[in-house]
Design a binder for this molecule. Structure first.
Ligand SMILES: [Zn+2]
Length: 435
């Protein structure tokens, strides 16, 4: 059995005590070393020492991605010579942000991923196949690698894409766990079907799903999760993380949201006015890093919307569980009175088997309203049928029929990959006023 930190089973009061002690240490630290927070506290007349309890947090202004973009190096709390590694955000939304880690931050990150893999039923006997990049300044790739090392498990680095190579490696190395993007796992299964590979006969028992939500808000599997489970009896674990938080939320076997690591991160779920919302209600995930030395963040607005769940989990952990990301705050689309986020539109398109791939574009209409334009890749023979089905489906669920454009694979690829992007883009925000 791997070592699970005791704090994950403690009472809410004991968890609070650990968090408040670490919060006080953090605020004293940034008040002394962070040019950004020194300035922020001075501007707002804040005495960092007076913030002692979780309830006091609302007195501190929130930090936005824009602050990080505009004043990136003012967040650095150590001399440049103490930096051990430079990572960056993907730049999917605007200019990439650099996150510099000290040696201690790398150790913290490895510990975070180690306890996350423990949470996802990982053991020293497992072999993990990493279907993601370990370079291009991608923090998580390195974090997984180090976490697996700390777990005492084995790793095989295959990298993203290349279904043929993934299956060849699965047959030859016999990994027990795959780590990758769930929509890629669907592609992997399509490849297997087309090439006479039986996934059930392989060694794989678990899939750690990264980068995309796997579940609906009620923890049922979404369309992509169902597509995997329909043809493959593997355990699926959803995760949520970001470069800025340097911490992951990973599901246990119960699949009821990603478990919080209270010794590494504070998490608040806030409404638009910055006030906490009750458990079970979606709000903006706002984080405060604990134990980060290089670029700690205080009340950082992730822009991601999710609900927190506070009842104890069937695995025995008492820590907060974070539900699936229902959308990004800036990406809210208002269609004739209906509010929807891109993942909701993806979920609709994923239900149509004829749709092979897509990009959803939001534009501003003539009356200054939000409008949707769908770029879909469909086999020639299925175009007519799809042209009937999609409008009917959107009419029934959203009461609005978006503009639908059929594109070629090449055109779609041009839309999906920007110059600075590491990830496939499935949502383009071309509304006036957006970046
Ligand atoms: Zn659990």
């Amino acid at each position: 059995m791997s070592q699970i930190p005791e704090i994950e089973f403690r009472s809410a009061q004991e968890i609070r005590a650990v968090q408040e002690m670490r919060l006080q240490q953090l605020l004293a630290y940034v008040a002394q070393y962070s040019p950004f927070y020194q300035r922020l506290f001075a501007t707002h007349g804040i005495d960092a020492g007076s913030i002692q309890r979780i309830e006091d947090l609302v007195r501190l202004p929130r930090t936005s991605k824009d602050d990080l973009q505009q004043h990136n190096w003012d967040f650095l709390c150590v001399p440049r010579s103490a930096i051990a590694e430079y990572t960056s955000t993907s730049g999917t939304l605007g200019k990439p942000v650099t996150l510099a880690l000290t040696a201690a931050d790398r150790t913290r990150l490895a510990y975070n991923e180690y306890i996350s893999f423990c949470c996802a039923d990982g053991t020293a006997g497992d072999t993990y196949q990493l279907m993601l990049t370990l370079d291009r300044q991608f923090m998580a790739g390195m974090a997984y690698y180090e976490g697996i090392r700390q777990l005492g498990a084995a790793v095989v680095r295959v990298g993203p894409g290349l279904p043929a190579m993934q299956w060849e490696t699965i047959e030859r190395i016999r990994p027990t766990v795959l780590v990758g993007v769930p929509s890629f796992v669907v592609k992997l299964l399509e490849y297997a079907q087309a090439h006479g590979i039986d996934p059930a006969k392989t060694s794989v028992r678990k899939v750690i799903c990264i980068g995309e939500s796997l579940r609906t808000a009620s923890f049922e599997l979404g369309v992509i999760g169902q597509k995997i489970r329909n043809v493959w009896d593997v355990a699926l674990y959803s995760t949520y993380a970001s470069t800025e938080m340097q911490t992951a939320f990973t599901e246990c076997g119960a699949g009821q949201g990603g478990h919080h690591h209270p010794e590494l991160l504070m998490v608040e779920i806030l409404d638009d006015a910055g006030q906490p919302v009750p458990p079970g209600t979606p709000g903006e995930v706002t984080i405060t890093t604990l134990g980060v030395e290089g670029m700690p963040l205080v009340r950082y607005r992730t822009g991601d919307l999710a609900a927190a769940h506070t009842t104890p989990c069937s695995c025995g952990r008492t820590t907060l569980r974070l539900g699936p990301i229902v959308g990004r705050r800036q990406q809210m689309i208002k269609l004739k009175g209906t509010t929807i986020y891109p993942p909701g539109i993806f979920e609709l398109l994923n239900q149509v088997p004829a749709v092979q791939d897509y990009v959803v574009e939001a534009v501003t209409g003539a009356l200054n309203t939000d409008e949707l334009r769908l770029h879909v890749l469909v086999k020639e023979a299925q175009r007519e049928e799809t042209m009937q089905r999609l409008p009917a489906m959107f009419q029934a669920t959203l009461r609005v029929v978006p503009e639908i454009r059929f594109v070629t694979a090449g055109e779609l690829e041009q839309l999906q990959f920007g110059k600075l992007d590491r990830k496939v883009r499935r949502f383009l925000d071309h509304r006036s006023g957006s970046d």
